[in-house]
Design a protein around this ligand. Structure first.
Ligand code: GLA
Length: 436
């Protein structure tokens, strides 16, 4: 059953199909965190080099050389499906080759000693009393994950750990989710216990929601945990079933991420406000559509029939979500059939909807996207992530990627006076243990 027809079935209130064609709706939760090792030969040279440096730093800092584990957890880019995750909807992110590398070794005294190499900052605590560290805020992502793993009864051990990353901070590429997933996979490897990757994803999200205090959805942790090289991941954020969607070959097309360099201001308050507006939409629409639990259950036809019952601003927010879910479905079909043009058009429609209906873009994101729409080799471009700054995502013909980068850089600098950073990326595997 194709994704599109499944959505239609879903909207008609039918049961999700039990038997699926091979390769679709894998619903797999089979991989375990921290246990499987990847050999050096399969790693990209750069990851391997950085992994060795972080391991050496661990040994230099703490003097340990026995039982060292090295983990990577990637950042992500969302190709399409923005702000749909907390509406029980659909997303299509990819893990990228920008990652956090963490090296760790066990301690017998139940203490955790952390060193953030890039920030040259340390934080230590005892596993018997895990509380927030207001000075080393970065450590709360790790503390929260370890606390929740412990509360699940998992045998978390004390450890020394060093980490370093090249996921740009505050740029909307999910450096926080990468750090949480790195912490979880490291704890499993050091403590020699198995934890199902989807469970770990849920723990990481809960740590961010309840310990760090950011009300995010599940997309970022999920893709950092379960991404696959060369693939995007089509995720049903309600059931957590997912399907890997092959991306066009990187010899033909590149994923290019363009950083506006605007640190995402406003993002927490505006994000929470959007969540409330969506919930309000569901409450009102439920009077007419009693079966709905979230905006994901509202079909475009039902929405068209009832949208006039919503306050205008709530109607705009809901309209984005209803059609964005639809666009994710159509994108999956387009990518599966190699229809890059259609995918590009859907990316554009997504950006316009985020700009005009959901109102989470900003001047700089619009300038970057408009530059990309005119640039050589562009198949599609849109803002990505929560919005209000951060990055755009672009699908660009590989043979034109240098021209694309030069054009977009020059145009953005000319219009804003700011030099953007542009990252030409590959879709990579999710969090895992490395053999170095
Ligand atoms: C942030 C959140 C995600 C998701 C996106 C918007 O990245 O962490 O859960 O809601 O914004 O799509």
């Amino acid at each position: 059953m194709s994704a599109g027809s499944w959505l239609q079935a879903q909207q008609k209130g039918l049961e999700k199909p039990g038997a699926c064609a091979a390769g679709s709706w894998l619903g797999c939760t089979a991989s375990s965190a921290g246990q499987k090792r990847e050999t050096g030969g399969e790693l990209m040279a750069d990851t391997l080099r950085r992994a060795q440096q972080v391991r050496d730093k661990l040994i230099e800092t703490f003097g340990d050389s026995e039982e060292v584990v090295v983990i990577k957890a990637p950042g992500r880019v969302n190709l399409i499906g923005e702000h749909t995750d907390y509406n029980d909807g659909f997303v299509l992110p990819a893990a990228v080759d920008r990652e956090i590398i963490m090296a760790a070794s066990p301690r017998d005294d139940g203490e955790v000693h952390l060193y953030a190499l890039d920030l040259d900052s340390r934080s230590s605590f005892s596993l018997s009393s895990i509380v927030r560290d207001e000075k080393a805020g970065w450590s709360n992502y790790i503390r929260g994950v370890l606390l929740l793993l412990k509360e699940r009864g998992l045998p978390v051990r004390g450890m020394n750990a060093v980490f370093s990353g090249d996921v740009p901070l505050g740029a909307g590429m999910s450096s926080s989710a990468a750090l949480e997933m790195a912490a979880g996979v490291t704890a499993a490897a050091v403590g020699k216990f198995a934890v199902d990757m989807v469970e770990l994803v849920k723990i990481a999200q809960a740590a961010e929601n309840n310990f760090v205090g950011v009300n995010c959805g599940i997309m970022d942790q999920f893709i950092s945990g379960l991404g696959k090289k060369g693939h995007a991941l089509f995720l049903d954020c309600r059931s957590l079933e997912y399907e890997l969607v092959p991306l066009p070959s990187s010899d033909e097309y590149k994923i290019v991420i363009a950083n506006t360099m605007v640190k995402r201001g406003l993002v927490n308050s505006a994000y929470n406000e959007r969540r409330r507006q969506c919930e309000m939409g569901v409450e009102i629409l439920r009077q007419y559509l009693p079966a709905i639990k979230a905006l994901r259950d509202v079909s475009p036809a039902d929405f068209a029939e009832h949208k006039d019952k919503l306050p205008p601003i709530v109607a705009k927010r809901c309209e984005h979500i209803v059609y964005e879910n639809q666009r994710v479905m159509e994108s999956v079909t387009a990518l599966q059939t190699g229809d890059v043009d259609t995918f590009g058009k859907l990316m554009r429609a997504s950006h316009e909807s985020l700009r005009d209906l959901y109102e989470v873009s900003c001047k700089e994101l619009d300038i970057m996207v408009e530059a990309a729409w005119e640039a050589p080799g562009t198949c599609g471009a849109r803002m990505t992530g929560a919005g209000f700054g951060g990055c755009t995502v672009n699908l660009v013909r590989a043979d034109k990627v240098n021209d694309f980068v030069a054009f977009v850089k020059a145009r953005y600098a000319e219009k804003t006076g700011v030099e953007p950073e542009i990252y030409v990326c590959e879709a990579e595997d999710g969090a895992k243990r490395l053999e170095v």
